[in-house]
Design a protein around this ligand. Sequence first.
Ligand SMILES: [Zn+2]
Length: 112
Amino acid sequence: MYIPGPSTPQDPLSSRPLSAAGTGEVARLQVQVERLLMITEALWGILKEQHGFDDKELQKRIVEIDLRDGRMDGKVAAAPPTECPKCGRTIAKQSIRCMYCGEPLLMDPFAR
Ligand SMILES: [Zn+2]
């Protein structure tokens, strides 16, 4: 199964490849990404074995998600700012309550 994405992490400030081990924050993020990949792979294995899904279905869904912003580029575009359903003010992404009026907000767990 192929999931599009960057092959070698690049230092955004210099465009040089990062060292394999990485340092500081980059190393911490690499560990977290690897852990998320392992969790995702484990969950996918369960879905395949216990519910009969196959890799073609997963690849189809990945392409659908990638194309939501109209571009096949291996990433999902950031969602535009949203407004509080109660007071109408623009609210920060991933907030659980409106910072102005306190209204509880339904958050999209996959919002970027
Ligand atoms: Zn509000």
